[in-house]
Design a protein around this ligand. Structure first.
Ligand SMILES: [Fe+2]
Length: 355
């Protein structure tokens, strides 16, 4: 009997110590040193509308999930802390959303609608409160830097040496300078904003740029740089890094200067899915996967190139990143409401480095 109890106790202890350990800082935990093979992400999640695609996300069984911005629409009824709080409250009632949030280790970054103001930037009066609500909703630990400094930028490295995935989450809202409004609202390619070369304008702000440089110098085999707004896309006049071309160039130059290998950009915001590749002015060909949105989408979306791979996808979608470490490949896919890949690109890790 005593022996049985001892065996039971040992099994109980083993079960407890086998609990997942900290890795992702803001939710369920990854096992320490776990090499990631399946990552999913999504954006543009309207708390007021059905969100059936989450079942397909769960079916996909991602080991890590990235909420890539516009994770609620906190500015639909009006602008301010109460509207954002109401949106988060409503989203907590969306079972599919909460299943992913509660069950899958995840990271989150915001875009304008969970920042609290459509196309909002440095000027937004309630941004400190929005950051507080972000920290609460995403259960950030009490000692997380995002509770103590301005901006919700964050990074983490998952996996053992040789199979490390660095996730870099950029805050392209808190410090972002005012954009140059278009002179022909709605016109193709000039929908809302025009490129602005003003050297005083910033996308990330000084402190975040400094932080990013330090992050990019850390060793990793694959780096997923997440930005709510698109980084590479050039064929439209909505929000994108190209609104501030000097800042876009600075990002590419920083990747070159730090010799940061393995960069892939993840973005949302656009209410469509698409893949992009930039080969000009970059240390090696850079690819972007945009997934948007969970339930906000433009079925008739049109967009000029010039650097897009294939057509846009204007139905509900999520993005998937599959890493085959043995083969050294990364498969990017945009998946539809059935979980089927509608757009795909396969990258070789060895080619994501300056020659
Ligand atoms: Fe957005």
């Amino acid at each position: 009997m005593r022996r049985t109890l001892l065996v039971l106790a040992a099994a109980l202890i083993a079960a407890c110590t086998a609990e997942p350990q900290p890795a992702a800082s803001d939710g369920p935990r990854l096992a320490p040193g776990q090499a990631l093979g399946r990552i999913a992400f999504a954006s543009c999640i309207d708390q007021e509308r059905p969100q059936p695609i989450w079942d397909r996300v769960l079916d996909y069984r991602p080991e890590l999930f990235v909420f890539a911005g516009d994770n609620v629409y906190g500015d639909t009824g009006g602008v301010g802390p109460d509207f954002l709080a109401a949106a988060y409250r409503k989203q907590r009632g969306q079972a599919g959303f909460m299943a992913v949030k509660n069950r899958i280790p995840h990271h989150a970054v915001w875009d304008d609608h969970d920042y609290g103001k459509n196309d909002g930037g440095v000027e937004y009066a309630h941004k400190a409160d929005a950051q507080r609500q972000f920290a609460e909703f995403w259960n950030l630990p009490a000692d997380d830097p995002r509770r103590g400094r301005e901006g919700i930028y964050h990074a983490a490295i998952h996996g053992p040496p040789g199979r490390r995935v660095q996730v870099v989450l950029l805050d392209a809202r808190y410090f972002r300078s005012a954009l140059k409004p278009t002179d022909s609202r709605g016109a193709r390619g000039r929908e809302r904003y025009l490129p602005d070369d003003d050297p005083a304008k910033t996308m990330l702000g000084a402190a975040q740029w400094q932080w990013l440089e330090a992050e990019l110098r850390k060793p990793a085999e694959l780096r997923l740089i997440v930005s709510g707004i698109q980084v590479l896309a050039e064929g439209h006049g909505w929000e994108r890094w190209g609104n501030l071309p000097r800042e876009r160039r600075r990002l590419f130059d920083l990747i070159a200067a730090t010799r940061a290998n393995g960069v892939v950009f993840l973005s949302g915001d656009r209410h469509l899915g698409a893949l992009y590749r930039e080969t000009e002015g970059v240390p090696y060909p850079l690819t972007e996967i945009t997934s948007s949105g969970i339930n906000r989408y433009f079925p008739n979306a049109l967009e000029a190139g010039p650097n897009r791979l294939g057509n846009v996808f204007g139905q509900p979608n999520f993005g998937a990143i599959e890493i085959d470490w043995a083969a050294g490949t990364v498969r990017l896919s945009i998946r539809d409401g059935e979980g089927q890949a509608q757009r795909e690109a396969v990258l070789k890790l060895a080619e994501l480095a300056a020659k």
